[in-house]
Design a protein around this ligand. Structure first.
Ligand code: ADP
Length: 158
């Protein structure tokens, strides 16, 4: 199958995100990683930092890294892509993800959301946990690749 969009905040990207990108590439030829840059969201890392972090861990993979603001369905339409990749972790993800996919379907009939299950290793891993650990000077090795750990440390030293 051709291409799919994997949207998210990636604030910062973690091993969980990378696992989903690699799984998605087993189903789709190309993944467009679409970094959300919505003004109403308060991101910790800048657009540039998030792009750089994702670039540093996706070398050799057939991905394109892009940013989007506004409605995801409009972005997908402009890209000519009708499949969105999202992931499900522990149960609390379900209602939010279900709501988003139903809303996207209501906005655009042609859009399908494909859910990939997270690896059991990353079941409870999210960007907020990583930021909390980083903020307190903890060891990030189990949660993010070293290039990302370096960028996170640099950010908190600013
Ligand atoms: P958003 O703000 O759009 O939820 P995130 O970067 O938090 O952005 O998440 C983007 C997608 O990546 C979501 O579908 C989320 O479930 C998935 N994701 C985040 N962390 C993990 C993880 N540890 N394992 C698998 N998927 C994850």
């Amino acid at each position: 199958m051709d291409a799919a969009i994997y949207p998210g905040s990636f604030d910062p990207p973690t091993y969980g995100h990378i696992d989903i990108i690699k799984r998605a590439l087993k189903i789709f030829d190309k993944i467009i990683i679409a970094i959300g840059v919505n003004p109403e969201k308060n991101y910790t890392f800048s657009e540039k930092e998030r792009i750089e972090m994702l670039k540093s861990v996706t070398g050799g993979l057939n991905v394109e890294i892009d940013t989007f603001s506004g409605l995801l369905v409009d972005y997908a339409k402009n890209q000519g892509i009708s499949v969105i990749i999202r992931s499900l972790r522990e149960v609390s993800d379900f209602s939010y993800e279900f709501q988003m996919s139903v809303t996207n379907k209501a906005l655009s009939e042609d859009i399908e959301t494909v859910f990939l299950m997270t690896d059991k290793e990353y079941f409870y891993l999210n960007s907020t946990i990583v930021k909390n650990i980083a903020h307190k000077g903890g060891d990030l090795r189990k949660f993010v690749p070293s290039s990302i750990a370096k960028s996170i440390k640099k950010h908190y030293m600013k």
